[in-house]
Design a protein around this ligand. Structure first.
Ligand SMILES: [Zn+2]
Length: 495
């Protein structure tokens, strides 16, 4: 007999076997038991969490005449349950990724009118439904608006935000969750048990971790481990299969980073990369390691949570004792932030090293990036620009021009339009007694003496202890001299 992948062999056949989606299974099961089946369902969630498997179970259960006596599950014995794949004319599975055109949706619309052959419902399971084109969505919408009594649609998607609201509003939505690692570990262990494969608990825990919440991923990793190892599956076998940089190497790199040993960081990284480790993977392994450290630091039952071999756990503990929680949090943030950049960086190695060195040199308590961003944001707040720019201007009290600029900024806010002509017309200086002397032409002189002297005195007083003295300036300005010179004509020369 040919080899069947574990994932296919242990695909759930009943609701009881679906892992980690109790909230969904309960509702679907009740709908079958109470005969309250609606016409359109939307299953969304990350890949490998059981959307398609659950859709297939539900499709069989609604058509199985014995489902009610099997607690909502398809009985697995009748004709309906045993006709699988394309042979079951009442369950039509489609992949929107390869058939996304409008013709395809119209085809559904036409064929859905024909009643089911064996069961009560004609079930359409449309996988990756977000890949449908706009036209196809519209055609599908028409069908969803007025479905025939016997029609049942199950739309599955990993990217629910790409679906039009009109479709969403017509479906009963179920969100599939990521499956927690302990639950995945239990599942893998039970598969190995049934296959007669021996394993260490740490090995299974490592597989579950690597699955990152996806049953499919975890089981296919388990499959690879199974094929690779003879006899009892060990923790190190799993690491080999995953291509995870050896935990020992990651541990010493983490120590170099968290204890600020720059030379060590560069040499460890260099060694790992020259052995062929992918930088993105390295970054991920390192952040996972730091997360483990954090777990040890803050959780009392870290040992049972992490499920690591004893020596690996003790090593974690020793390093965790040397580092503050702040620093660990800072490190995680930096490595997670770097992850995206690494995918597109021309030189991922350099980016990784820079990140590691930055984490190393920071105490983690002050986040300079964050401070810098905050200062910039404050500067850009409307109330801090223009309206009160005097706050930004530092007056030099020894320089009359600088004082005059400060006064001008203060008066700008008082909105005195008559004063605006005065500024450029005035020459400022200190006299021998450090009084503030304004020399200006007749118009400005009159304006200041009669109207603004008090205000100006008050403002000047902010920066200078002397009195404000206003003098009439009879000497012509530069521009007046120019005007007179040009009137003399070209035949005049100056020595
Ligand atoms: Zn059945």
């Amino acid at each position: 007999m040919s080899y069947v992948a574990l994932y296919r062999k242990y695909r759930p056949a009943t609701f009881d076997e679906v892992i980690g989606q109790d909230h969904i299974v309960r509702t679907l099961r009740n709908q079958i038991l109470q005969d309250k089946i609606s016409h359109a369902y939307l299953f969304c969630g990350t890949r490998g969490t059981g959307k398609t498997s659950t859709a297939k179970i539900f499709a069989r259960a609604v058509n199985c005449p014995h489902a009610k006596t099997h607690n909502g599950n398809p009985c697995g014995e009748c004709d309906v349950c045993n006709t699988v794949g394309n042979a079951n004319l009442d369950i039509i599975e489609m992949d929107a990724a390869s058939n996304n055109g409008v013709d395809y949706a119209r085809d559904i619309r036409e064929k859905v009118q024909y009643p089911p052959v064996n069961g009560r419902y004609k079930v359409y399971i449309i996988d990756e439904v977000h890949m449908l084109s706009v036209g196809a969505f519209n055609a599908l919408l028409k069908t969803l608006e007025e479905p025939p009594q016997h029609a049942l649609f199950i739309l599955c998607t990993t990217e629910v935000h790409k679906l039009p609201a009109t479709i969403l509003s017509r479906c009963m939505r179920f969100d599939f969750r990521l499956v927690p690692a302990p639950m995945l570990a239990k599942h893998i262990a039970s598969i190995y048990d049934r296959e007669g494969k021996q394993y260490s608990p740490e090995a299974v825990a490592a597989i579950a971790q690597a699955g990152e919440g996806s049953v499919r991923d975890a089981v296919s990793i388990a499959d690879r481990c199974y094929a690779m190892s003879e006899g009892k599956l060990q923790y190190s076998d799993v690491l080999n299969v995953l291509g995870v940089s050896s935990r020992q190497n990651i541990a010493s790199l983490a120590e170099a980073v968290l204890c600020n040993q720059p030379a060590q960081i560069l040499s460890e990284t260099d060694q790992l990369v020259s052995e062929g480790k992918d930088v993105l993977r390295l970054n991920k392994d390192l952040s996972l390691y730091v997360r483990d450290l954090l777990t040890v630091k803050v959780c009392e039952n870290a040992n049972s949570m992490l499920m690591l071999p004893q020596d690996a756990f003790e090593q974690l503990q020793q390093l965790a004792d040397k580092v503050s929680v702040d620093k660990l949090l800072y490190a995680i943030q930096q490595f997670v932030d770097a992850e995206n950049g690494l995918k597109y960086a021309l030189s991922p190695l350099m980016l990784f090293e820079a990140t590691a060195l930055r984490v190393a040199s920071s105490s983690g308590e002050v986040d300079f990036d964050g401070l810098d961003k905050r200062v910039t944001r404050l500067e850009q707040l409307p109330q801090n620009i223009g309206a009160d720019s005097r706050r930004m201007y530092v007056v030099d009290k020894t320089d009359p021009k600088s004082i005059w600029k400060g006064v001008k900024m203060a008066l700008d806010m008082r909105n005195e339009p008559l004063l605006s002509g005065v500024w450029s017309d005035v020459r400022v200086s200190f006299d021998a007694q450090r009084n503030f002397v304004l020399r200006c032409s007749e118009g400005s002189y009159w304006l200041i003496e009669n109207k603004y002297k008090k205000i100006l005195q008050a403002e000047v007083g902010q920066f200078c202890d002397g009195k404000l003295i206003v003098e009439l300036d009879d000497s012509p300005t530069d521009s007046e001299i120019d005007k007179q010179l040009s009137g003399l004509g070209k035949n005049v020369t100056f020595d």
